[in-house]
Ligand binder design. Structure first.
Ligand code: NAG
Ligand code: NAG
Ligand code: NAG
Ligand code: NAG
Ligand code: NAG
Length: 435
């Protein structure tokens, strides 16, 4: 009796150990295979990202400034009087057309700046999100946002009605997708939107907030693959190893990490017409001093309103090339634009209104670097309007000459920034009417 009880206990123990070992092996195997999977995808994406990099970023800036000037002459402003007012050339391209909802894909032709080639899902069908739930990470339900974004084929994703989508885990967006919130008030909350190792993603006209950290788990990232994801930080939108990404007319606030973070050698990106509020670390472009691959980053930040409750990093930059143009900075508590690791920051035609705090008047902040090292970084301010004691501490040393006003088409001056950003954030568009 006693002997057989002991035996069966041993047997149970043996089984328990065997099961535990099997689970451990399965888990380790899955972790390993998923790491390999993402490493491979990152490597493949790196070649496409290199192809998206432009060798003459000054020409790209000039093109941008030329387009803004052309679209904002007194005569062209006069042409656009009426119930709809589009005050910058991105909006001019689509907003005041009564048929915008029948011709949604026109938006893909409206991008400007380094992300101007972003096609989103323009080559695909329209997919309508009818179901706000997000219960299934491995086999997402048809009709949900997650089902749409993981498809391998291009899709232009729209929403059937107003909805709050509470993500249970990070939302991993596959290539060639547009998330187009026009015509509905769409809130994406609860976890981050991840754009990783892909190209041609447009995120437009939605509210992104209260993204929280998640410890990870099994999540589908494409039609053919799901796997074990490690923790996600709770950024609003996290762009990793990707190119041709355009974020436009998004309202973002209060996420647990950054609002928009761009890392791992991503490039050809534009963040425009967006409204940022209630957040400390707003935008991080390049997350680590030990990722020199971020030298490839070329990002345009334009027509955004950096508003109430913001503290710092609008953006904070490492390594790359950043055109920060025609934005309206009405609130910051520490500084507006900062960085380290020799980023090139060309600030043009922005309006910077400093806070009353006498210690926070400086727009710029050089992080963890002695003057001797940072004086060569090209940080230029051209045509910015500096108010309430705001000052932009320029640097550039010998490299500076390359970026002299002389070679450049000046941006629309910062005194127009209020007008250019007047409609920043998610719009309230009605089908059948100019927006
Ligand atoms: C590991 O992946 C296999 C299939 O690839 C799956 O059956 C198994 O449940 C996974 N293990 C864990 C711990 O998720
Ligand atoms: C994604 O869009 C780009 C630009 O339109 C296109 O060249 C590419 O073939 C598309 N990719 C897929 C998978 O459809
Ligand atoms: C942001 O959200 C968190 C958690 O939901 C909340 O506790 C906090 O008060 C919010 N902060 C702001 C500035 O709204
Ligand atoms: C991506 O960037 C993060 C943050 O800098 C870093 O920890 C990670 O190692 C990078 N991954 C790759 C594949 O470079
Ligand atoms: C500008 O930055 C340099 C280097 O950090 C610093 O030495 C100098 O005092 C700054 N100028 C002002 C006006 O703050």
């Amino acid at each position: 009796m006693a002997g057989s009880a002991a035996k069966s206990h041993l047997l149970i123990l043996f089984y328990a150990l065997a099961v535990a070992a099997a689970v451990a092996v399965a888990q380790t195997a899955n972790v390993t295979s998923d790491e390999e999977y993402w490493a491979k995808r990152t490597e493949e994406a790196a070649a496409r990202n290199r192809a998206a990099y432009v060798s003459d970023p000054i020409a790209a800036m000039n093109e941008f400034n030329k387009d803004v000037r052309r679209a904002t002459t007194r005569r062209s402003l006069a042409r656009y009087r009426g119930p709809c007012m589009a005050t910058n050339p991105i909006d001019r391209c689509w907003r005041c057309r009564a048929d915008w909802a029948r011709d949604r894909k026109r938006l893909a032709k409206c991008a400007m700046g380094f992300g101007h080639k972003t096609a989103g899902g323009a080559d695909g069908k329209i997919y309508v999100v009818t179901d706000a739930s997000d219960d299934e990470m491995i086999i997402p339900k048809k009709g949900t946002l997650r089902y749409g974004v993981i498809q391998d084929r291009p899709l232009w994703i729209v929403f059937a009605r107003d909805m709050v989508i509470r993500l249970r885990q990070e939302l991993i967006v596959n290539r060639n997708k547009t998330i187009d919130g026009r015509g509905a008030q769409v809130h994406i909350v609860g976890a981050q939107v991840t754009v990783q190792g892909v190209e041609h993603v447009i995120i437009h006209g939605v509210h992104v907030h209260h993204a929280a950290r998640h410890s990870g788990g099994m999540i589908r990232d494409s039609k053919r693959h799901y796997g074990l994801r490690t923790a996600s930080d709770g950024d609003g939108i996290s762009v990793m190893a990707s190119s041709n990404v355009w974020v436009d007319h998004v309202s973002m606030y209060n996420c647990s990490d950054g609002l928009v973070d761009v890392v791992n050698g991503s490039t050809a990106i534009t963040v425009s017409n967006s409204h940022f509020t209630k957040h400390d670390h707003v935008m991080l472009f390049g997350a680590s001093n030990s990722n020199p691959q971020d030298k490839i980053m070329q990002i345009t930040v334009a027509f955004n309103h950096f508003g109430k409750g913001l503290v710092q990093r609008m953006p904070r930059c490492r390594f790359g090339f950043f055109h920060v143009v025609n934005n309206d900075y009405t609130h910051w508590m520490m500084y507006a634009i900062g960085g380290n690791m020799n980023p090139t920051i060309i600030s043009q035609g922005n309006r910077f209104t400093a806070p009353d705090d006498v210690h926070a008047k400086e727009v710029t902040k050089r992080e963890y670097t002695s003057y001797g090292d940072s004086k060569e970084w090209v940080w230029k301010s051209q045509g910015d309007l500096l108010l309430n004691g705001a000052f932009f501490n320029e640097s550039g040393g010998q490299n500076e000459r390359k970026y002299d006003r002389f070679d450049m088409i000046p941006a629309k001056h910062g005194k127009f920034a209020g007008q250019l950003t007047k409609f920043a954030g998610a719009l309230n568009c009605r089908v059948g009417k100019p927006c």
